[in-house]
Design a protein around this ligand. Structure first.
Ligand code: 4AD
Ligand code: MG
Length: 433
C-alpha cells in the first residue's frame, strides 16, 4: 500500500492508500463519521462508516480531538460535492499525536487572537491558500529571471549603507563598529550588474517605519533586479512582463488556493495584458486635483495610500507613475535630462486599492553628481567609496527595481492586510510569535 499526500489523491482513485493527517473538524452520527482532514498539501474529507470498520476504529473516529495527528488507511473516491473533488473511505485509523483544547476552533476569532496564535493559525485554510500563492510567486520569480538570463547575487543583510534614507534604519553593533539591517540590496546589486550584466537579489529587508497601515511590514522580502546597459524604458518592459508572468503563473498553478480565497480569476487574468498604462507624476497630480477627492494635492507631495488607490482604480490595471520630484526620492536616482526637478524613476501601483508594489529607477552614472548627492543626503562619503568605484571604472547606464513580495502577494491573493502575506509578520507592535 502506498503512502501518499492528499494533493495526489486524484492519481489514486479507487486505490487503497495511507496518509499522515491532522483532524481539522468532525461530525458523527450513530452510523457514520465525517472527518475533515489536512496534511499540509490539501484538505479533504474522510468518511468512516460504522459497518465497514472495526469497533475500535469507529470509536476512535468519534473520540478524536481537533488537531490530533493520525495515519488514515482507506480508499480514495471522487467527491463531486467538495471543492477538492476527492475523499477517502476510511478502513482504519492509527493515532500518532493527541491534541486537547486546540485554541483555534471553527468559530470566528478576532485578528489579534489569531495573530497571537500565528504558529497554529498557519494550519487553517486561508493561511494555507495564501502561503501556496506566496510560494508560487517565489517559484515563478526564479523561473522568470533565470529564463531572462539573470543570475542571483545575494546582497548582505548586515551593512553599513542606507540606500533608502537614514530615518528608518535598524541599528546594531558589528563588534566595535556600527551596522544596520539592510533596507534594500540595491547598491550591492549595482556592483553585481557591473560584474554579471543582469542580476537579482531576493532577501529580507528591514524598515524601522513607524507606519501602522495595512501595507507596511517592519521586515519584508524584496526581489531586486538590476540591469547594466539599460535605460528606464526597457526596465519598465521587464517589470510589466515580470508582473504579468507572476499573475499568469498563479492562475496556472494555484487554482485550488484561488478557489479557497474566492479570488476572481477573470479580474486576475486582465492583469496579464501588457503594456501597463503609464502616467507622469505631473499628470497624476492633475488627476488627483481634478478628482474632487484630493483638492489639496500639491506638486511635490508624496502620495499616500488613498491617492495611490485612486490612481490605480482610475485605470483598473497596474499603472506606472513616472518621474517623481527629486526632493522625495533617494540619492542614487538619475536626474531627468531636461528637467531639474524630477528624476527618472517609476512606481508601479497595483489596482483594487493595493498601492505601490514596485519602486524602481535609472541610476545616476556620473561620479561627481553622485558624490554631491551622497553628501546632500547627509551620508558619510567614506562608507560609499566602494559604490562610487562603480562610477570610476567603466560606468554604464543601468536601471533596476524592487518588488515587495508581500505587497505582491496581498494584491494577487486579494487579502485585506499585508500581515496575512508573510508566515510570521513583524509589525509595529508585534514580534511574537
Ligand atoms: O520603493 P522602495 O523603498 O525601493 C527600494 O528599496 C529600491 N532600492 C528598490 C530598487 O530599486 N532596487 O521599496 C521597494 C518595494 C516597494 O515598492 C514595496 O513593494 C516594498 O518594497 N516595500 C514594502 N513592503 C512591505 N512593507 C514595507 N514597509 C515596505 N516598504 C517597501
Ligand atoms: Mg517606494
Amino acid at each position: 500500500m502506498k503512502t501518499i499526500s492528499i494533493i495526489d489523491a486524484k492519481n489514486h482513485v479507487d486505490e487503497e492508500v495511507k496518509i499522515g493527517v491532522w483532524l481539522t473538524n468532525k461530525r458523527s452520527s450513530g452510523k457514520i463519521a465525517f472527518l475533515q482532514l489536512r496534511d499540509g498539501s490539501a484538505f479533504f474529507q474522510g468518511v468512516v462508516v460504522k459497518s465497514n470498520v472495526s469497533e475500535e476504529t469507529f470509536e476512535m473516529a468519534k473520540e478524536l480531538h481537533q488537531e490530533s495527528s493520525l495515519y488514515v488507511v482507506g480508499e480514495i473516491h471522487e467527491d463531486k460535492r467538495s471543492p477538492f473533488g476527492y475523499e477517502i473511505e476510511v478502513k482504519s485509523l492509527e493515532l500518532v499525536g493527541e491534541s486537547q483544547d486546540y485554541p483555534i476552533t471553527p468559530k470566528e476569532h478576532g485578528t489579534e487572537f489569531l495573530m497571537d496564535h500565528r504558529h497554529l493559525w498557519l494550519r487553517s485554510t486561508k493561511p494555507y491558500a495564501v502561503m501556496q500563492i506566496r510560494n508560487e510567486i517565489i517559484r515563478a520569480t526564479y523561473e522568470f529571471f533565470n529564463k531572462e538570463g539573470f543570475i542571483k547575487i545575494d546582497a548582505p543583510i548586515l551593512t553599513g549603507s542606507a540606500p533608502e534614507g537614514t530615518t528608518e534604519l535598524f541599528h546594531t553593533k558589528y563588534f566595535d563598529k556600527d551596522a544596520y539591517l539592510s533596507q534594500s540590496g540595491q547598491l550591492y546589486e549595482e556592483a553585481g550588474a557591473m560584474a554579471f550584466g543582469k542580476v537579482f537579489s531576493f532577501g529580507p529587508t528591514f524598515r524601522a517605519e513607524k507606519s501602522k497601515t495595512r501595507r507596511h511590514l517592519i521586515e519584508f522580502w524584496m526581489i531586486e533586479p538590476e540591469m547594466a546597459f539599460m535605460h528606464q524604458e526597457q526596465s519598465l518592459e521587464v517589470q510589466e512582463q515580470y508582473i504579468a508572468f507572476l499573475v499568469q503563473s498563479v492562475l496556472d498553478n494555484c487554482d485550488y488556493a484561488l478557489d479557497i480565497l474566492e479570488r476572481d480569476k477573470e479580474v486576475l487574468k486582465s492583469y496579464t495584458k501588457t503594456p501597463f498604462p503609464k502616467i507622469s507624476y505631473d499628470e497624476a497630480v492633475e488627476l488627483l486635483q481634478n478628482s474632487g477627492e484630493f483638492p489639496d494635492t500639491k506638486w511635490g507631495d508624496d502620495f499616500g495610500s488613498p491617492e495611490e488607490t485612486y490612481l490605480a482604480e482610475h485605470f483598473s490595471m497596474p499603472v506606472f507613475v513616472l518621474n517623481y520630484p527629486k526632493a522625495i526620492k533617494p540619492f542614487y536616482m538619475k536626474p531627468h535630462p531636461t528637467r531639474e526637478d524630477v528624476v527618472i524613476c517609476a512606481d508601479l501601483l497595483a489596482p483594487e486599492g493595493y498601492g505601490e508594489i514596485i519602486g524602481g529607477s535609472e541610476r545616476e552614472t556620473d561620479l561627481d553628481n553622485l558624490t554631491a548627492q551622497i553628501k546632500k543626503a547627509g551620508l558619510n562619503e567614506k562608507d560609499y567609496e566602494w559604490y562610487l568605484d562603480l562610477r570610476r571604472y567603466g560606468s554604464v547606464p543601468h536601471s533596476g527595481f524592487g518588488l515587495g513580495l508581500e505587497r505582491a502577494t496581498t494584491w494577487i491573493t486579494g487579502e485585506e492586510h499585508i500581515r496575512e502575506a508573510i508566515p510570521f509578520p513583524r509589525l509595529l507592535n508585534r514580534i511574537y510569535p
